[in-house]
Design a protein around this ligand. Structure first.
Ligand code: PLP
Length: 282
């Protein structure tokens, strides 16, 4: 596999960064994951825009232009022969002598690599739906910044696995925030409910697109907090993310949601999302 590190395309075995990199020492960095379908990038512009915002919030300077980033994405997709898969991008503040205060002279570290995922858009899980458990949200308070600080979500994923489930929905002050690596939705009657944007959740790129498509299809959308009890009593539930698109959720804490099968709204939104985002892919 060819990877990209600070201006160079290298075989992955030869790619290195400093042990003083603040991404390594402080999780002082941000990332993006963009999916690839049929060799094209899904919503690259959305990811680039959120990346700029994350960098701005942490006062990390952009290592290159958005056009350069697009070029790097495309070259890696081509060199690694990615038909369906993901491009992972990470920018950290860079290497500096260890100190909590941000260094003034560090050069940001830019790393990209690809992951091949044949059949990404027709995963069996989309036909059966996934199972989730509820756990307490114990992350920090700036979840709107897409930092590489992902230990609690990893713990949540392990808790889900231990419980025989696929993922965990996190709960704070009685309301669901989001999944470990996705945004969370329920459907009651003909209304889609998902938490409103704020510092408590990541502003999903897939979320923005899916809510736009839902509204264009005359579906009712309410952006507000909802509880686990509401989720358990919902007709349907689903998640969205760049790597899962729209994925039905059919079980919560061991009890079926609705019929226990993927619902009509989630299924339709998945179809619309895949069709529209494929059309707009670059
Ligand atoms: N919420 C969290 C915590 C995430 O980590 C992710 C994606 O990694 C999402 C939501 C979904 O965001 P997107 O649709 O931009 O992939």
């Amino acid at each position: 596999r060819t990877v990209y590190v600070n201006g160079e395309y290298l075989p992955e075995e030869r790619a290195t960064i400093s042990i003083f990199d603040r991404g390594f020492l402080f999780a002082d960095g941000v990332y993006e994951v963009t999916s690839v379908l049929d060799g094209k990038l899904i919503d690259f512009a959305g990811h680039a825009k959120r990346l700029e915002r994350s960098l701005g919030e942490l006062e990390i300077s952009a290592p290159c232009s958005v056009d350069d980033l697009l070029e790097i994405h495309r070259r890696l997709v081509a060199e690694n022969d990615i038909t369906d898969g993901l491009v992972y991008l990470q920018i950290t503040r860079g290497a500096a002598d260890r100190d909590f205060a941000y260094p003034t002279d560090a050069t940001p570290t830019l790393v990209l690599f690809t992951q091949s995922k044949p059949g990404l858009a027709d995963s069996p899980a989309a036909r059966t739906g996934i199972k989730v458990i509820s756990i307490e949200d114990q992350r920090w308070g700036r979840r709107d910044i897409k930092t590489v600080q992902l230990l609690y979500p990893s713990m949540g994923k392990m808790m889900a696995k231990a419980a025989g489930a696929d993922d965990a929905w996190m709960v704070e002050d009685g309301a669901v925030t989001e999944g470990t690596s996705n945004n969370a939705y329920i459907v009651k009657g003909n209304t889609i409910v998902t938490r409103q944007l704020g510092t408590e959740i990541l502003h999903g790129i897939t979320r923005a697109a899916v809510l736009r498509f839902a509204r264009e299809a005359q579906m009712r959308v309410e952006e507000r907090p909802f509880t686990i009890d509401e989720a358990k009593a919902a007709d349907e539930a689903f998640i969205t993310s760049a790597s899962s698109f729209v994925m039905p959720v059919v079980e919560m804490d061991g009890a079926p949601i609705g019929t226990g099968k993927p619902g009509a709204v989630a299924t339709r939104l998945r179809e619309i999302y895949l069709e529209e985002s494929r059309k707009a892919a670059v």
